[in-house]
Design a protein around this ligand. Structure first.
Ligand code: AMP
Length: 186
């Protein structure tokens, strides 16, 4: 199986969290999930928690410098290949990542806006996330993905590390497609 570092990119609700967990459970990859790290900070009394209180859960990205700082602390903790779930989300974050580690493979899960909204509203019934409950916030996250995160697709295409996966497929099918990619890339 593929031994390098992997980045997962998808619109919100595109399935990267589910895929990351499957890859961890079956193949033992270490996960670095920025949304989760930030939610833990938000619920704590930390300095970062206070800074991001009004950003997380409202559908806004946190500033690049803040998340870059967190990533710079997280990556050295891992000795094994890792999967980044939720980072980078802007081109400046991608440029920062290049300075601190190697990116071997980027998997982009493509999903339509309609599917994103349906999936997030469904997830909102059990996720306990305020940003999964409001159609307005979901629409803002979709817009933000297109404007801020999507440019990373060309950024990584130019580096010849990008692979596309049909995120509309079932959870099992997506996993199978990704496993095939990881076999080919290893
Ligand atoms: P997620 O769980 O990946 O949907 O992330 C939840 C929220 O955390 C996002 O809506 C952002 O507010 C924040 N977040 C997570 N990752 C990043 C990142 N790389 N850059 C900026 N904000 C982020």
């Amino acid at each position: 199986m593929y031994k390098g570092n992997i980045i997962l990119i998808s619109p919100p609700g595109g399935g990267k969290g589910t895929l990351a967990k499957q890859l961890k459970d079956k193949w033992g990859y270490t996960l670095i999930t920025t949304g989760e790290i930030l939610r833990v900070e938000k619920n704590s009394d930390s300095k970062i928690g206070k800074q991001i209180k009004n950003l997380i859960g409202k559908g806004n990205l946190v500033p690049d410098e803040l998340i870059n700082h967190i990533i710079q602390k997280e990556i050295p903790k891992t000795t094994e290949p890792f999967i980044l779930d939720g980072f980078p989300r802007t081109v400046p974050q991608g440029e920062f990542l290049d300075k601190i580690t190697d990116v071997g493979l980027v998997i982009y899960l493509e999903v339509t806006d309609k599917t994103i909204q349906e999936r997030i509203l469904e997830r909102g019934k059990t996720s306990g996330r305020e940003d999964d409950l409001s159609v307005d916030i979901i629409q803002r996250r979709i817009k933000q993905f297109k404007e801020e995160t999507f440019p990373l697709i060309n950024f990584y295409k130019a580096k010849k590390v990008l692979t596309y996966v049909d995120g509309e497929a079932s959870i099992e099918e997506v996993f199978e497609m990704v496993e095939n990619i990881l076999r080919i890339w290893s």
